[in-house]
Design a protein around this ligand. Structure first.
Ligand code: C2E
Ligand code: CA
Ligand code: CA
Length: 716
């Protein structure tokens, strides 16, 4: 029999009603047989595995008992047999990849005087999940401060959520979102690009991505990252864009900060070495292609240490900033000025000329200009500074070289300027590289010399007008196995650079103290003092004072016999540490003489705070003292200064009697120089001292006597 014929609900209006509902609905009779289903029921995923094409007439209770939802028939039976009108049960149904949670509702209904049950299924958790995920999304969108917009291309209507209004600084009560509102907000400089990006997305249907600045309602400029998905119709024509705007101003700022930190010097705001290297690297490729010359200029400020030493570092920083300004504002636009470190700057001139000579000429003119500008008096907080610079230059045209090598070349040329008196310019010359190799060779030789103890002390007399030879200065000599005797000017700087000076200096002090002990036991020499030169690296080296104190005790050195000669550069390095070391040593009777006095840049006020006992007038003032009035005046000033500070004073480099006489005239009665003896080995010096003191001490020669005459008289 055809079930449909017996189905009273078939062809009724109910089918139309329940078909309107989007969730699965079935109407079953009191026996549990399905009498009517809507379209959703037929599609309902949970029933798929039953593979039923016609649901009408199916025993629903029996069907459910076959499946895993046994709770359903039980509950349905309950409502059918008892006086209950309505039940709701939840069950779950496993699909391929996930669990679905459903709610079954059954209502008793009466149709044409017959009782039926209307059964419906609804996916519950999915709904809750949706709400939850919508909530999550909204929280996330809020937390991330993302603005959401929706633009309908057909109606040209733009919808902004509340964050869009906040980002754009627009009050929704006053201005409603519209395309022209957006356009008016975009920074004029970025508008064309932003509109272009937008139109391209509309044209191609590809996602819209753009970055632009906006000028907010309050005038503040913000960086925006915009993106959107383009929704197209069936003909792939864009009809709508839904997207976001994110305010990335902070990120932009951090990016800029990171870039600045990575590529710029924080003190002067000039590019740093890294940026310079990048620019040189880029330029090299072009130089090669265009066959053009470029140049690097290494600018080192002369004696900058003294600026820091005599003022606080704050002032030093201000001076560096001012110098950075002078350097960067006196080079052409395409050039780069950078600060390498401390007082070292570098200027890079790309693509100067294709002609080498012309390029050199141009570089020289720039370097000279920089020298001039740096030299100009600089006044900061009413302190006047006069600075000079040494500039080394190198020229290159894209040949395969390492940038470090180019910088090194310019640096070498700069050192050449320093060696020949500073405040000048010099081009790199391959000969300099040879010198470097020689220096390297010397370094190896020196290491060997220290191991083999190839050093020895020479002694030069210190003569007093009244008492003859009163002491000596110990002067180091290197007995090189192949080159013979080498004088300290040639190797002391390198000993200092390599740190070997500490070891060699200890040997000098040891041998000197040993000599003092020997002299102490010989009546003719027992009054002699010994001056020992001490480098700043040595004096400030840890353990220096304890080493000297140990020698003083080991060799029983009497107070006042050992003098250490230091130069102004020593206390410029670190005044407090120097004073501490000096005081410690002064307490065991060690005296201090300030060597090369008058050539440094130190402030005279330091003299008061240092435990000095002697000033040594530098030989450069003595050299021309006879004919140069200003040398005479300087020497006189030093003598007066020594007298008023109650220091002894001695002149070095006294080569003739006339110089000795003039010095005597201005009140300097202690001398050292070739006029008396040349530095010699201990035996020779001792013989000289014995002889000199035995003879009638020569009186200072007459002012107009010839140096030569007097010397020959002395020798005779
Ligand atoms: P300095 O301390 O200024 O020593 C004086 C230099 O002048 C010595 O050169 C000496 O030989 C030279 N001299 C002496 N009398 C005359 C003169 O009448 N005319 C001229 N033109 N020069 C004269 P020297 O021995 O070549 O030493 C050069 C420098 O090497 C010294 O200058 C000192 O700074 C350094 N030095 C020497 N020995 C040592 C040492 O043991 N340790 C350290 N750290 N430096 C040393
Ligand atoms: Ca000296
Ligand atoms: Ca000296």
């Amino acid at each position: 029999m055809n079930q449909i014929c017996h189905n009273p609900l078939e062809n009724s209006q109910y089918i139309e009603v329940i078909d309107l509902l989007s969730y699965p609905i079935a109407i079953i009779d009191s026996a549990g047989v399905i009498r009517l289903v809507n379209s959703s029921w037929k599609e309902f995923a949970c029933f798929k595995h039953f593979n039923i094409s016609n649901w009408i007439g199916i025993d629903y209770l029996q069907l459910c008992s076959q499946g895993s939802q046994t709770c359903i028939p039980q509950s349905l039976k309950k409502i059918l047999n008892q006086d209950i009108d309505y039940i709701k049960i939840e069950y779950h149904c496993e699909d391929k990849d996930c669990n679905h949670f459903f709610q079954l509702s059954a209502n008793k209904i009466r149709i044409n005087d017959t009782d039926y049950l209307m059964v419906s299924h609804e996916e519950v958790l999915a709904k809750e999940e949706l709400i939850k995920s919508q909530q999550r999304l909204s929280i996330a969108v809020n937390a991330a401060q993302i603005g959401i917009w929706d633009y309908d291309l057909k109606t040209q209507s733009l919808h902004w959520d509340s964050w869009m209004y906040k980002i754009y600084g627009i009050c929704p009560n006053q201005t409603q979102a519209a395309y022209n509102v957006w356009e008016n907000s975009v920074h004029p400089e970025d508008l064309a690009q932003a509109v272009d990006d937008f139109n391209k997305a509309v044209r191609t249907g590809e996602n819209f991505e753009s970055e632009f600045r906006i000028i907010r309602g309050d005038g503040e400029i913000r960086h925006i990252q915009a993106s959107a998905k383009v929704i197209t119709d069936s003909q792939r024509i864009a009809i709508r864009l839904v997207g976001t705007n994110i305010d990335i101003t902070q990120t932009k700022k951090s990016e800029t900060k990171i870039y600045e930190l990575a590529y710029f010097d924080q003190l002067t705001k000039l590019p740093n070495r890294r940026l310079l290297e990048d620019r040189v690297c880029q330029s090299l490729v072009l130089n090669r292609k265009l066959k053009s010359y470029a140049s690097l200029l290494f600018v080192d400020i002369d004696n900058f240490k003294s600026v820091n030493a005599l003022n606080n570092h704050n002032v030093g920083d201000q001076v560096l900033r001012a110098l950075a300004d002078r350097i960067s504002s006196n080079i052409e636009l395409e050039a780069t000025a950078c600060r390498l470190s401390g007082d070292k700057f570098m200027v890079f001139l790309p693509h100067i000329s294709n002609d080498k000579l012309e390029a050199m000429k141009h570089v020289k003119s720039i370097a000279r200009k920089l020298i001039q500008k740096i030299q100009m008096p600089l006044t900061l907080n009413s302190t006047a500074f006069k600075l000079t610079a040494s500039i080394g230059m190198t020229l290159f045209n894209g040949e395969a070289v390492y940038i470090e090598d180019l910088i090194k070349q310019a640096e070498l040329a700069m050192y050449k300027v320093k060696e020949s008196g500073r405040n000048n310019i010099s081009f790199y010359d391959p000969q300099m590289q040879i010198e470097i190799l020689q220096r390297k060779q010397m370094e190896n030789d020196l290491e060997r010399a220290v191991l083999n103890d190839e050093f020895n002390l020479f002694y030069q007399a210190q003569v007093s007008n009244h008492s003859g030879v009163v002491g000596a200065e110990a002067l180091l000599r290197w007995f090189h196995p192949e080159q013979g005797i080498i004088s300290p000017d040639k190797f002391i700087p390198q000993l200092e650079e390599t740190g070997l000076i500490v070891l060699v200096g200890e040997k000098v002090l040891h041998d000197g103290c040993k000599k003092l002990q020997q002299w102490a036991s010989i009546p003719e020499f027992s009054q002699l003092t010994l001056s020992v030169n001490v480098s700043s690296a040595q004096l400030l080296h840890e353990g220096f004072s304890s080493y000297v104190i140990q020698l003083v005790s080991q060799f029983k050195i009497k107070s006042g016999k050992l003098k250490l000669e230091i130069t102004e550069s020593t206390f410029i390095e670190n005044i407090d540490a120097t004073i501490a070391v000096m005081n410690e040593l002064a307490s065991v009777g060690v005296q201090f003489s300030l060597d090369d006095f008058g050539t440094g840049f130190s402030s005279l006020s330091y003299l008061k705070s240092l435990p000095l006992t002697e000033l040594k007038i530098d030989k450069s003032f003595i050299k021309d003292i006879i004919k140069d009035g200003s040398d005479m005046a300087i020497s006189q000033t030093i003598v007066n200064l020594a007298n008023s500070l109650k220091f002894d004073v001695i002149a070095e480099g006294v080569e003739c009697a006339e110089q000795q006489y003039l010095l005597h005239q201005i009140g300097c009665n202690n001398y050292q120089g070739y006029h008396f003896n040349r530095p010699a080995e201990a035996d020779e010096f001792e013989a000289f001292a014995k002889n000199y003191n035995k003879q009638l001490r020569p009186k200072p020669a007459g002012a107009h006597e010839q140096c030569l005459t007097h010397q020959s008289q002395l020798r005779a």
